[in-house]
Design a protein around this ligand. Structure first.
Ligand code: NAD
Length: 480
């Protein structure tokens, strides 16, 4: 905790993942601040909704331009938040594409239906949609900008006002992003980005009409319960333990490259990271040799972000989780072929890609989310066993299958998860077109991708129009 302000609010200190030291702090909002904000957003939303889609997409495209102009400041803040460069630049690009994409898709996706005869003669039906007034968006630290905007942008396009609360672990980008909102007058009263911790998150759930949460299962469980008390929908996108299955028909060169990328991009700190790999026994040794060879060539990005491929472990709490998973696996008999130990460089904590064999489902590394560049590999004898192992989890976010495309698709259809890449890994990080559900404890609520991602922000209205000129109809029997 940092210093207390004159009105009794404690500032929150933020650790720098490259130095391990706190070099930034912010003051969270008071309850009064949030009450005032909620009122302002409610008033602003009424104007935003009434203005219509064209006005909203024009404003959002203006915001997009402002983010593009502030790219340097936003990227620098994201780099300080996360200690890595390439992913920070990719986040800004993805944010720009996301705004453009939803604005161009919205006219079709939000078009109402023409008035038409209903199934009962004498009654017409027209469908409408009213956006939830205020959408609360609560996001994590692993892709701070992207995950702050991934639900906020479709909500805005649909006509909601949005209050975004990014993680207190990576909040530096909020200032430059909020400055871009301030340059678009039409958006000033419909978007607020609030720096705060879990208590601010709770207060936002209490002041929203729909909540979009990305984060851990533990917090998602609390948010679901809080939202249920208010009867507001909670769209939850939570953790994962994504499996990859390598069939005997797979191209092992491709499979080992894709799995290495899918497990180690952003140092494994992605919800759709490949966290466990099942390889057919007939190709197991060959696959592991290729994976280990390739993993050895991946460099830590030290001492500078541009000096290598893998940045620091961003959140201090995650360093402990990764270390505990490694310790548990090695103590129970796993072998680390690469990496295996967290390294300290300049105060930051790093892990080289760590390929493990000799793993079992008794180990944390095969059952709990590690969120680091750890690749445990296990063998299977037939497709039924591979599917059983892949589904032996409380999660169900995404996964991957490698092999002959038809055969791989047949296996993929049996996996209990929402987004399965075939002959590639973690494609849900790139392709946002397909609707996907989160299975089991990986989430709840409508798809955040595909058309449903926009439509879930509207409450449906059915206008049932009776012909007033007709004599009393048959459904008034007591008037006969
Ligand atoms: P977290 O649950 O600790 O925190 C996420 C957010 O919730 C933060 O903004 C935090 O301040 C807020 N929060 C904490 N307590 C709260 C409460 N009681 N009420 C309301 N808000 C509260 O998660 P994290 O450590 O920031 O993120 C890592 C997790 O996010 C991993 O499990 C990862 O898999 C998951 N994740 C999921 C997806 C997905 O799309 N499914 C994407 C990225 C990350």
């Amino acid at each position: 905790m940092g210093k207390e302000s004159s009105d009794g609010i404690m500032a929150i200190d933020v650790r720098n993942p490259r130095t391990g030291r706190s070099d930034y702090s912010f003051e969270p909002p008071s309850t009064d601040d949030l009450d005032e904000l909620a009122l302002r957003l409610r008033d602003g939303q009424a104007v935003w909704e009434a203005g219509g889609l064209d006005v909203r997409t024009a404003a959002l495209n203006g915001w997009r331009d402002a983010i593009g102009m502030a790219r340097g400041e936003i990227t620098a803040a994201l780099m300080a938040d996360t200690g890595r460069r390439v992913e920070s630049e990719m986040e800004v690009d993805a944010a720009l594409r996301m705004i453009e994409r939803w604005c161009s898709l919205a006219p079709d996706l939000l078009a109402g239906t023409e008035r038409r005869p209903a199934s009962i003669p004498g009654i017409d039906l027209e469908q409408g949609m009213r956006p939830y007034p205020v959408a609360g968006v609560i996001s994590p630290w692993n892709f701070p900008l992207l995950l702050a905007l991934i639900d906020a942008v479709p909500a805005l396009v649909a006509g909601c006002a949005v209050v975004i609360k990014p993680s207190e672990i990576a909040p530096r980008f909020i200032e430059p992003l909020a400055a871009t909102v301030a340059t678009v007058p039409a958006m000033e009263n419909v978007v607020a980005i609030v720096a705060g911790d879990g208590s601010a998150g709770e207060a936002i759930v209490d002041r929203s009409d729909v909540v979009c949460f990305t984060g851990s299962v533990a917090t998602g469980t609390k948010i679901a319960a809080r939202a249920a008390k208010r009867f507001i929908p909670a769209f939850l996108e939570l953790g994962g333990k994504d499996p990859a299955i390598v069939l005997p028909s797979a191209d092992l060169d491709r499979a080992s490259s894709a799995i290495l990328w899918g497990s180690t991009a952003n140092a494994g700190q992605s919800c759709q990271s490949i966290e466990r790999v099942y390889v057919h026994e007939s190709v197991f040794d060959d696959f592991v040799d290729r994976l280990v060879d390739k993993a050895k060539s991946v460099r830590l990005a030290v001492p500078e972000p541009d000096a290598g491929d893998i940045g620091p472990i961003i959140a201090a709490k995650q360093i402990e989780v990764i270390a505990a998973h490694l310790q548990d696996a090695l103590a129970r008999g796993a072998t680390a072929h690469t990496g295996g130990e967290i390294e300290e460089h300049g105060g930051g904590s790093y892990l080289k890609p760590t390929v493990l064999t000799g793993v079992t489902h008794e180990m944390k590394v095969m059952t709990e989310e590690t969120f680091g560049p750890v690749i445990p590999v296990m063998s299977f004898t037939d497709a039924d066993e591979a599917v059983r192992l892949a589904n032996d989890t409380r999660y169900g976010l995404s996964g991957a299958v490698f092999g002959d495309a038809d055969e791989a698709l047949g296996v993929a259809r049996r996996i209990d998860a929402g987004g399965i890449s075939i002959n590639d890994a973690a494609l849900t990080a790139l392709v946002y077109d397909g609707e996907k559900s989160s299975f089991n404890f990986s989430g709840m609520g409508g798809s955040r991708m595909g058309p449903a991602a926009l439509r879930r922000f509207g409450r449906r209205q059915a206008f049932l129009i009776s012909d007033a000129q007709r004599p009393d109809p048959w459904w008034y029997p007591h008037l006969r």
